[in-house]
Design a protein around this ligand. Sequence first.
Ligand SMILES: [Fe+2]
Length: 178
Amino acid sequence: MQTMKREVKGYPAPSHLATITDLTPLEAKAVTDAVNPLIADAFALYVKTKNFHWHLYGPHFRDYHLLFDEQAEQIFESIDVMAERVRKVGGTTIHSISHIAQLQSIEDDNNESVSAGEMVRRLMEDNAHAADMIRSAITVCDKNRDSATSNSLQDILDKTERRKWFLFEIVQGTKYTE
Ligand SMILES: [Fe+2]
């Protein structure tokens, strides 16, 4: 089995993958380096959200099960948008699970059992962290004349903050009603 031992560079791409662009190499590299970690985090958060969707138990089962699935779907949709932005500016993007592991800043959750309230709290924190990362990447894209990536990320940031908001209010509910 071929494993990925060396660090993968997203830029410069091999010449046949180096999509032509009016961005300078430095600008394209800055965008690539800012966006690829967001994609790795989206994969990590997608799997974690699905993990919680599958391993949920307790009185809130139906509500959270459905919410987590809706949120996972939204995260999954963001992945292709971001990866194709990187390709459009001539960078290369995620190749594999081990590549994701190199770039992710959202931790995997391998606990056998997590309470429903703790699931919501962890996902809230992860979505808040993702929002912070996306906002920083938008600044990088703006500085490097890539308003199209910036624009895509703004929509993804809005959806991330919506997920965080829902999770935050559930956390408030569990504090004040239980
Ligand atoms: Fe399902």
